[in-house]
Design a protein around this ligand. Structure first.
Ligand code: DI6
Ligand code: FE
Length: 397
Protein backbone atom coordinates (compact mmCIF):
# COMPACT_ATOMS: atom_id res chain seq x y z
CA UNK A 1 0.00 0.00 0.00
CA UNK A 2 1.36 3.40 -0.99
CA UNK A 3 0.62 6.29 1.33
CA UNK A 4 1.49 9.92 1.93
CA UNK A 5 4.60 9.24 3.96
CA UNK A 6 7.16 9.82 1.19
CA UNK A 7 6.69 13.51 0.62
CA UNK A 8 8.50 14.23 -2.62
CA UNK A 9 10.22 12.78 -5.64
CA UNK A 10 13.68 13.42 -4.22
CA UNK A 11 13.36 10.14 -2.35
CA UNK A 12 13.94 8.41 -5.62
CA UNK A 13 13.60 4.92 -4.27
CA UNK A 14 10.83 5.42 -1.73
CA UNK A 15 7.35 4.09 -2.41
CA UNK A 16 5.92 5.09 0.98
CA UNK A 17 4.83 1.48 1.38
CA UNK A 18 2.77 0.32 4.36
CA UNK A 19 3.25 -3.42 4.83
CA UNK A 20 0.06 -5.27 5.80
CA UNK A 21 -1.92 -2.06 5.68
CA UNK A 22 -5.59 -1.22 6.04
CA UNK A 23 -7.76 1.54 4.59
CA UNK A 24 -11.10 2.65 5.92
CA UNK A 25 -13.34 4.84 3.84
CA UNK A 26 -16.70 6.43 4.25
CA UNK A 27 -18.86 8.60 1.99
CA UNK A 28 -16.30 8.46 -0.80
CA UNK A 29 -13.40 9.68 1.33
CA UNK A 30 -10.56 7.92 3.10
CA UNK A 31 -11.32 7.86 6.83
CA UNK A 32 -8.38 5.87 8.12
CA UNK A 33 -5.12 4.45 6.77
CA UNK A 34 -2.22 2.69 8.45
CA UNK A 35 -0.85 -0.70 9.42
CA UNK A 36 -3.59 -3.24 9.97
CA UNK A 37 -2.23 -3.93 13.46
CA UNK A 38 -2.80 -0.26 14.41
CA UNK A 39 -6.47 -0.23 13.37
CA UNK A 40 -8.34 1.06 16.45
CA UNK A 41 -10.08 -1.80 18.25
CA UNK A 42 -13.44 0.01 18.28
CA UNK A 43 -13.46 0.31 14.46
CA UNK A 44 -16.72 -1.06 13.08
CA UNK A 45 -16.91 -1.32 9.32
CA UNK A 46 -20.18 -2.05 7.53
CA UNK A 47 -18.26 -4.05 4.99
CA UNK A 48 -14.76 -5.42 4.99
CA UNK A 49 -12.68 -6.58 2.09
CA UNK A 50 -9.53 -8.67 2.21
CA UNK A 51 -7.08 -7.84 -0.58
CA UNK A 52 -5.09 -11.00 0.20
CA UNK A 53 -1.71 -9.34 0.19
CA UNK A 54 -2.28 -7.45 -3.04
CA UNK A 55 -0.80 -4.02 -3.45
CA UNK A 56 -3.01 -0.92 -3.27
CA UNK A 57 -2.10 2.44 -4.79
CA UNK A 58 -3.96 5.69 -5.29
CA UNK A 59 -6.02 5.80 -8.47
CA UNK A 60 -3.79 6.75 -11.38
CA UNK A 61 -3.91 10.26 -12.84
CA UNK A 62 -3.22 11.07 -16.48
CA UNK A 63 -2.45 14.80 -16.35
CA UNK A 64 -2.04 15.45 -20.10
CA UNK A 65 -4.25 14.08 -22.87
CA UNK A 66 -5.82 15.21 -26.13
CA UNK A 67 -8.29 12.36 -25.87
CA UNK A 68 -11.09 13.82 -27.99
CA UNK A 69 -10.41 13.94 -31.73
CA UNK A 70 -11.83 12.90 -35.07
CA UNK A 71 -10.14 10.34 -37.33
CA UNK A 72 -6.56 9.22 -36.89
CA UNK A 73 -3.19 9.97 -38.44
CA UNK A 74 -1.95 6.52 -39.37
CA UNK A 75 -0.93 7.80 -42.84
CA UNK A 76 1.29 10.45 -41.31
CA UNK A 77 2.92 7.69 -39.30
CA UNK A 78 3.75 6.00 -42.61
CA UNK A 79 5.06 9.28 -44.04
CA UNK A 80 7.32 9.84 -41.06
CA UNK A 81 8.65 6.30 -41.35
CA UNK A 82 9.64 7.12 -44.94
CA UNK A 83 11.56 10.18 -43.81
CA UNK A 84 9.17 13.15 -43.44
CA UNK A 85 9.47 15.01 -40.12
CA UNK A 86 6.58 16.04 -37.86
CA UNK A 87 7.34 19.68 -38.69
CA UNK A 88 7.42 18.98 -42.47
CA UNK A 89 3.99 17.37 -42.29
CA UNK A 90 2.60 20.21 -40.16
CA UNK A 91 3.96 22.86 -42.55
CA UNK A 92 2.41 20.99 -45.48
CA UNK A 93 -1.06 21.44 -43.96
CA UNK A 94 -1.20 18.01 -42.30
CA UNK A 95 -0.46 17.44 -38.66
CA UNK A 96 -2.74 19.11 -36.13
CA UNK A 97 -4.74 20.77 -38.95
CA UNK A 98 -5.73 17.45 -40.48
CA UNK A 99 -7.17 16.42 -37.11
CA UNK A 100 -8.90 19.81 -36.82
CA UNK A 101 -10.71 19.12 -40.09
CA UNK A 102 -11.62 15.58 -39.01
CA UNK A 103 -12.85 16.84 -35.63
CA UNK A 104 -14.94 19.66 -37.07
CA UNK A 105 -16.67 17.27 -39.46
CA UNK A 106 -17.10 14.30 -37.11
CA UNK A 107 -20.60 13.95 -35.74
CA UNK A 108 -21.08 14.38 -32.02
CA UNK A 109 -21.87 10.69 -31.53
CA UNK A 110 -18.78 9.49 -33.40
CA UNK A 111 -16.51 11.93 -31.56
CA UNK A 112 -17.94 10.93 -28.20
CA UNK A 113 -17.87 7.19 -28.92
CA UNK A 114 -14.23 7.19 -30.05
CA UNK A 115 -13.13 9.20 -27.02
CA UNK A 116 -15.21 7.08 -24.64
CA UNK A 117 -13.57 3.91 -25.98
CA UNK A 118 -10.10 5.34 -25.38
CA UNK A 119 -11.07 6.57 -21.94
CA UNK A 120 -12.65 3.25 -20.96
CA UNK A 121 -9.39 1.54 -21.86
CA UNK A 122 -7.48 3.96 -19.63
CA UNK A 123 -9.90 3.49 -16.75
CA UNK A 124 -9.64 -0.28 -16.97
CA UNK A 125 -5.94 0.15 -16.27
CA UNK A 126 -6.50 2.13 -13.08
CA UNK A 127 -6.90 5.73 -14.24
CA UNK A 128 -9.42 7.52 -12.00
CA UNK A 129 -8.60 11.11 -13.01
CA UNK A 130 -7.84 12.34 -16.50
CA UNK A 131 -7.11 15.73 -18.00
CA UNK A 132 -8.64 16.34 -21.43
CA UNK A 133 -7.72 19.25 -23.70
CA UNK A 134 -9.63 20.98 -26.46
CA UNK A 135 -7.52 22.25 -29.35
CA UNK A 136 -8.81 20.32 -32.37
CA UNK A 137 -11.71 22.68 -32.99
CA UNK A 138 -10.02 26.07 -33.16
CA UNK A 139 -13.37 27.72 -33.82
CA UNK A 140 -15.88 28.81 -31.21
CA UNK A 141 -18.39 26.07 -31.82
CA UNK A 142 -16.04 23.09 -32.02
CA UNK A 143 -13.85 24.15 -29.09
CA UNK A 144 -16.93 24.41 -26.83
CA UNK A 145 -18.22 21.15 -28.29
CA UNK A 146 -15.01 19.31 -27.35
CA UNK A 147 -15.08 20.66 -23.81
CA UNK A 148 -18.74 19.73 -23.37
CA UNK A 149 -17.98 16.19 -24.53
CA UNK A 150 -15.09 16.06 -22.03
CA UNK A 151 -17.42 17.04 -19.19
CA UNK A 152 -20.02 14.50 -20.32
CA UNK A 153 -17.42 11.71 -20.40
CA UNK A 154 -16.73 12.46 -16.74
CA UNK A 155 -20.41 11.92 -16.00
CA UNK A 156 -20.67 8.70 -18.01
CA UNK A 157 -17.49 6.96 -16.88
CA UNK A 158 -16.07 6.36 -13.39
CA UNK A 159 -13.37 9.00 -13.78
CA UNK A 160 -12.86 12.63 -12.77
CA UNK A 161 -12.29 14.75 -15.88
CA UNK A 162 -10.28 17.98 -15.69
CA UNK A 163 -10.80 20.13 -18.76
CA UNK A 164 -8.13 22.27 -20.39
CA UNK A 165 -8.79 24.93 -23.01
CA UNK A 166 -6.12 24.65 -25.72
CA UNK A 167 -7.45 27.16 -28.25
CA UNK A 168 -3.82 28.20 -28.89
CA UNK A 169 -2.82 24.80 -30.27
CA UNK A 170 -2.12 25.95 -33.84
CA UNK A 171 -3.34 28.65 -36.23
CA UNK A 172 -6.49 27.47 -38.03
CA UNK A 173 -6.87 27.95 -41.82
CA UNK A 174 -9.28 30.90 -41.41
CA UNK A 175 -6.54 32.90 -39.68
CA UNK A 176 -3.60 31.61 -41.72
CA UNK A 177 -2.41 35.12 -42.62
CA UNK A 178 -3.18 36.71 -39.25
CA UNK A 179 -2.06 34.60 -36.27
CA UNK A 180 -2.21 37.63 -33.96
CA UNK A 181 -5.83 38.14 -34.90
CA UNK A 182 -6.43 34.46 -34.05
CA UNK A 183 -4.89 35.01 -30.62
CA UNK A 184 -7.26 37.96 -30.11
CA UNK A 185 -10.18 35.71 -31.06
CA UNK A 186 -9.00 33.02 -28.62
CA UNK A 187 -8.53 35.52 -25.77
CA UNK A 188 -11.59 37.68 -26.26
CA UNK A 189 -14.18 35.37 -27.77
CA UNK A 190 -13.59 31.65 -27.26
CA UNK A 191 -11.90 31.49 -23.85
CA UNK A 192 -14.44 33.77 -22.09
CA UNK A 193 -17.36 31.87 -23.66
CA UNK A 194 -15.96 28.52 -22.58
CA UNK A 195 -15.21 29.85 -19.09
CA UNK A 196 -18.71 31.32 -18.75
CA UNK A 197 -20.14 27.86 -19.39
CA UNK A 198 -17.90 26.38 -16.68
CA UNK A 199 -16.02 24.31 -19.23
CA UNK A 200 -12.46 25.36 -18.37
CA UNK A 201 -10.39 24.10 -15.45
CA UNK A 202 -7.10 25.36 -16.94
CA UNK A 203 -5.66 27.02 -20.04
CA UNK A 204 -2.83 25.59 -22.16
CA UNK A 205 -0.95 26.70 -25.28
CA UNK A 206 1.58 25.24 -27.72
CA UNK A 207 4.71 27.41 -27.60
CA UNK A 208 6.74 26.34 -30.61
CA UNK A 209 8.05 27.75 -33.90
CA UNK A 210 5.35 25.80 -35.77
CA UNK A 211 2.67 27.11 -33.38
CA UNK A 212 2.82 30.25 -31.19
CA UNK A 213 5.58 32.60 -30.04
CA UNK A 214 6.24 33.31 -26.36
CA UNK A 215 4.68 36.77 -26.89
CA UNK A 216 1.47 35.26 -28.28
CA UNK A 217 1.35 32.71 -25.45
CA UNK A 218 1.79 35.55 -22.94
CA UNK A 219 -1.37 37.17 -24.33
CA UNK A 220 -3.25 33.91 -23.85
CA UNK A 221 -1.97 33.57 -20.29
CA UNK A 222 -2.85 37.18 -19.48
CA UNK A 223 -6.40 36.50 -20.67
CA UNK A 224 -6.52 33.34 -18.52
CA UNK A 225 -5.34 35.32 -15.47
CA UNK A 226 -8.08 37.88 -16.04
CA UNK A 227 -10.61 35.03 -15.90
CA UNK A 228 -8.93 33.55 -12.82
CA UNK A 229 -7.92 30.36 -14.65
CA UNK A 230 -4.66 28.48 -13.97
CA UNK A 231 -2.28 27.93 -16.87
CA UNK A 232 0.04 25.24 -18.19
CA UNK A 233 2.19 25.02 -21.31
CA UNK A 234 3.45 22.71 -24.07
CA UNK A 235 7.02 23.87 -23.61
CA UNK A 236 10.29 23.16 -25.45
CA UNK A 237 9.01 19.97 -27.09
CA UNK A 238 10.68 20.37 -30.49
CA UNK A 239 13.13 23.21 -29.75
CA UNK A 240 14.30 25.39 -26.87
CA UNK A 241 11.94 28.31 -27.30
CA UNK A 242 11.98 29.63 -23.73
CA UNK A 243 8.77 27.77 -22.88
CA UNK A 244 9.78 26.54 -19.44
CA UNK A 245 10.82 30.02 -18.28
CA UNK A 246 7.59 31.48 -19.67
CA UNK A 247 5.47 28.90 -17.85
CA UNK A 248 7.39 29.56 -14.63
CA UNK A 249 6.97 33.32 -15.03
CA UNK A 250 3.20 32.84 -15.06
CA UNK A 251 3.27 30.45 -12.10
CA UNK A 252 1.95 27.65 -14.33
CA UNK A 253 0.67 24.44 -12.77
CA UNK A 254 2.85 22.51 -15.19
CA UNK A 255 5.28 22.79 -18.07
CA UNK A 256 4.91 19.79 -20.35
CA UNK A 257 7.32 17.92 -22.68
CA UNK A 258 10.60 19.82 -21.92
CA UNK A 259 12.77 17.71 -24.26
CA UNK A 260 14.80 20.82 -25.16
CA UNK A 261 14.64 22.82 -21.94
CA UNK A 262 17.83 24.60 -20.89
CA UNK A 263 19.35 24.86 -17.41
CA UNK A 264 17.91 28.35 -16.91
CA UNK A 265 14.45 27.00 -17.75
CA UNK A 266 14.83 24.26 -15.14
CA UNK A 267 15.91 26.79 -12.49
CA UNK A 268 12.86 28.89 -13.27
CA UNK A 269 10.53 25.86 -12.91
CA UNK A 270 12.15 24.96 -9.59
CA UNK A 271 11.68 28.47 -8.21
CA UNK A 272 8.06 28.66 -9.38
CA UNK A 273 7.10 25.21 -8.05
CA UNK A 274 5.84 24.30 -11.52
CA UNK A 275 5.50 20.56 -12.20
CA UNK A 276 7.42 19.07 -15.15
CA UNK A 277 5.02 16.76 -17.03
CA UNK A 278 7.08 14.36 -19.13
CA UNK A 279 5.49 12.56 -22.07
CA UNK A 280 7.56 9.55 -23.10
CA UNK A 281 4.93 8.36 -25.58
CA UNK A 282 5.50 11.42 -27.81
CA UNK A 283 9.27 11.12 -27.46
CA UNK A 284 9.08 7.47 -28.49
CA UNK A 285 6.58 7.91 -31.31
CA UNK A 286 8.45 10.85 -32.88
CA UNK A 287 11.72 8.97 -32.38
CA UNK A 288 13.17 12.06 -30.70
CA UNK A 289 16.87 12.16 -29.94
CA UNK A 290 16.71 14.61 -27.03
CA UNK A 291 15.34 13.19 -23.81
CA UNK A 292 14.13 15.73 -21.23
CA UNK A 293 16.82 16.75 -18.70
CA UNK A 294 15.67 14.38 -15.96
CA UNK A 295 18.87 14.45 -13.89
CA UNK A 296 18.77 18.25 -13.81
CA UNK A 297 15.07 18.37 -12.98
CA UNK A 298 15.68 15.89 -10.17
CA UNK A 299 18.70 17.83 -8.88
CA UNK A 300 16.68 21.06 -8.97
CA UNK A 301 13.84 19.47 -7.00
CA UNK A 302 11.29 20.01 -9.79
CA UNK A 303 8.35 17.62 -9.24
CA UNK A 304 8.03 15.25 -12.19
CA UNK A 305 4.74 13.88 -13.52
CA UNK A 306 4.25 11.35 -16.33
CA UNK A 307 1.32 11.35 -18.76
CA UNK A 308 0.26 9.68 -22.01
CA UNK A 309 -0.24 12.84 -24.16
CA UNK A 310 -2.83 10.61 -25.87
CA UNK A 311 -3.31 12.28 -29.28
CA UNK A 312 -3.49 11.13 -32.92
CA UNK A 313 -0.31 12.84 -34.13
CA UNK A 314 2.51 12.34 -31.68
CA UNK A 315 1.33 9.82 -29.10
CA UNK A 316 -1.56 7.49 -29.96
CA UNK A 317 -1.11 5.92 -26.53
CA UNK A 318 -3.90 4.88 -24.18
CA UNK A 319 -1.82 3.03 -21.60
CA UNK A 320 -0.62 5.12 -18.69
CA UNK A 321 1.23 2.11 -17.29
CA UNK A 322 3.17 1.84 -20.54
CA UNK A 323 4.07 5.55 -20.16
CA UNK A 324 5.33 4.69 -16.66
CA UNK A 325 7.47 1.89 -18.07
CA UNK A 326 8.81 4.18 -20.83
CA UNK A 327 9.60 6.90 -18.30
CA UNK A 328 11.94 4.39 -16.67
CA UNK A 329 13.48 2.84 -19.77
CA UNK A 330 13.69 5.93 -21.99
CA UNK A 331 14.03 8.76 -19.45
CA UNK A 332 15.78 6.86 -16.62
CA UNK A 333 13.29 7.69 -13.90
CA UNK A 334 13.30 5.23 -11.04
CA UNK A 335 10.10 3.15 -10.87
CA UNK A 336 9.24 4.95 -7.62
CA UNK A 337 9.61 8.33 -9.35
CA UNK A 338 7.57 7.19 -12.33
CA UNK A 339 4.75 5.97 -10.07
CA UNK A 340 4.83 9.24 -8.11
CA UNK A 341 4.56 10.82 -11.56
CA UNK A 342 1.13 9.28 -12.17
CA UNK A 343 -0.13 9.78 -8.62
CA UNK A 344 1.22 12.44 -6.24
CA UNK A 345 2.93 14.72 -8.76
CA UNK A 346 0.20 14.30 -11.37
CA UNK A 347 -2.31 15.51 -8.76
CA UNK A 348 -0.14 18.55 -8.20
CA UNK A 349 0.05 19.19 -11.97
CA UNK A 350 -3.74 19.44 -11.93
CA UNK A 351 -3.89 21.57 -8.78
CA UNK A 352 -5.66 18.71 -6.99
CA UNK A 353 -3.12 17.66 -4.35
CA UNK A 354 -5.67 18.27 -1.59
CA UNK A 355 -8.11 15.79 -3.19
CA UNK A 356 -6.21 12.96 -4.88
CA UNK A 357 -2.77 11.55 -5.64
CA UNK A 358 -1.95 9.88 -2.32
CA UNK A 359 -3.79 7.65 0.10
CA UNK A 360 -4.44 10.00 2.98
CA UNK A 361 -7.30 10.75 5.34
CA UNK A 362 -9.95 13.07 3.85
CA UNK A 363 -8.79 12.53 0.27
CA UNK A 364 -11.08 10.85 -2.24
CA UNK A 365 -11.27 7.08 -1.88
CA UNK A 366 -9.91 6.54 -5.41
CA UNK A 367 -7.64 3.54 -5.23
CA UNK A 368 -6.59 0.46 -7.17
CA UNK A 369 -6.04 -3.07 -5.90
CA UNK A 370 -3.35 -4.59 -8.09
CA UNK A 371 -2.46 -8.19 -8.68
CA UNK A 372 1.15 -7.49 -7.76
CA UNK A 373 3.15 -8.04 -4.61
CA UNK A 374 5.19 -4.85 -4.94
CA UNK A 375 4.53 -1.57 -6.83
CA UNK A 376 7.76 -1.86 -8.85
CA UNK A 377 5.93 -4.54 -10.84
CA UNK A 378 3.58 -1.85 -12.18
CA UNK A 379 6.52 -0.12 -13.86
CA UNK A 380 8.21 -3.34 -14.88
CA UNK A 381 5.56 -5.26 -16.83
CA UNK A 382 4.78 -4.26 -20.42
CA UNK A 383 1.25 -4.63 -21.74
CA UNK A 384 -0.03 -6.54 -18.72
CA UNK A 385 -3.00 -5.06 -16.96
CA UNK A 386 -2.67 -6.11 -13.33
CA UNK A 387 -5.66 -4.05 -12.11
CA UNK A 388 -7.66 -6.40 -9.88
CA UNK A 389 -10.23 -3.99 -8.45
CA UNK A 390 -10.85 -0.28 -8.96
CA UNK A 391 -12.50 2.00 -6.40
CA UNK A 392 -13.72 5.41 -7.46
CA UNK A 393 -15.03 7.68 -4.69
CA UNK A 394 -15.23 4.61 -2.46
CA UNK A 395 -17.35 2.61 -4.88
CA UNK A 396 -16.12 -0.50 -6.68
CA UNK A 397 -16.12 0.00 -10.44
N1 DI6 B 1 2.22 18.68 -28.79
C1 DI6 B 1 1.90 17.42 -28.98
O1 DI6 B 1 2.62 16.49 -28.81
C2 DI6 B 1 0.52 17.36 -29.41
N2 DI6 B 1 0.11 18.72 -29.34
C3 DI6 B 1 1.13 19.44 -28.99
O2 DI6 B 1 1.04 20.65 -28.85
C4 DI6 B 1 0.43 16.88 -30.81
C5 DI6 B 1 -0.88 17.15 -31.42
C6 DI6 B 1 -1.01 16.59 -32.80
O3 DI6 B 1 -0.04 16.37 -33.53
O4 DI6 B 1 -2.17 16.36 -33.19
FE1 FE C 1 0.19 17.42 -25.76
Amino acid sequence: MESDTAQDGTEARSYGLIEDGAIGFSRGRIAWIGPHAALPAETRAQQTYDAHGRCITPGLIDAHTHLIYGGNRAHEFEMRLSGASYEDIAQGGGGILSTVLATRTAGCDALTAAAAARLARMCSEGVTTVEIKSGYGLDLETELHMLRIARRLGERLPVTVCTTFLGAHTVPPEFKESPDEYIRFVCEDVMPAAAREGLVDAVDAFCERIAFTPEQVARVFDAAKRLGLPVKLHADQLSDYGGAALAAHYGALSADHLEHTSVSGIDALARAGTVAVLLPGAYYFLREANAPPVAELRAGGVPIAIATDCNPGTSPLVSLLLAVNMACTLFRLTPAEALAGVTRNAARALGLSHEIGTLAVRKRADFIVWDVAHPVELAYAIGANPAHAIYKDGRPV
